[in-house]
Design a protein around this ligand. Structure first.
Ligand code: FES
Length: 149
């Protein structure tokens, strides 16, 4: 391999890596929706998790439902087509709104962390997050705000 061939090959690899990196970061960016608020809860679509087209569909691991009628957002994690968790993003330590950081939630105030089922990973918080039942009906998810799961 001569110098020119080497440069062409390595530059092509770098450009491909940069493209993949930006594609990956766009897939991983947080997706916010407002959902449809009813008397007893929120309705969102399974398609809200979908990224890409039919044949190359991928799914976000979580989305955040931020609705003006709610004091805190709700983070909905997808574990599979029929398995979800929905977590009230209100830190159980002193009530700060949590940030989603991939498969866990983190408190910007004092650093508590909660896993994607709402259990405490690290304190100072010592209580689980409030969670809501998710009822699946066809392509819709109903987050029941009347009760905790
Ligand atoms: S308010 Fe969240 S850790 Fe203190």
């Amino acid at each position: 391999m001569n110098r020119k061939e080497f440069l062409v090959k390595t530059c092509t690899a770098c450009i491909a890596a940069a493209g993949m990196s930006s594609l990956l970061s766009s897939c991983l960016s947080t997706h916010y929706i407002s959902g449809a608020l009813g008397k007893d809860g929120l309705t969102i679509s399974k398609n809200d998790f979908k990224v890409g087209q039919k044949d190359n569909a991928a799914y976000r691991s979580f989305i955040i439902v931020r609705n003006d009628a709610l004091q805190y957002p709700i983070c909905v994690y997808r574990f599979g087509d029929e398995q979800y968790s929905s977590l009230w993003m209100n830190c159980t330590h002193q009530g700060t709104e949590l940030n989603a950081a991939g498969d866990f939630l983190q408190c910007p105030a004092h650093g508590s962390e909660f896993n994607n089922k709402g259990r405490v990973k690290s304190g100072p918080a010592d209580k689980e997050l409030r969670t809501f039942p998710v009822v699946i009906s066809n392509d819709e998810l109903f987050i029941d705000l009347r009760k905790q799961s």
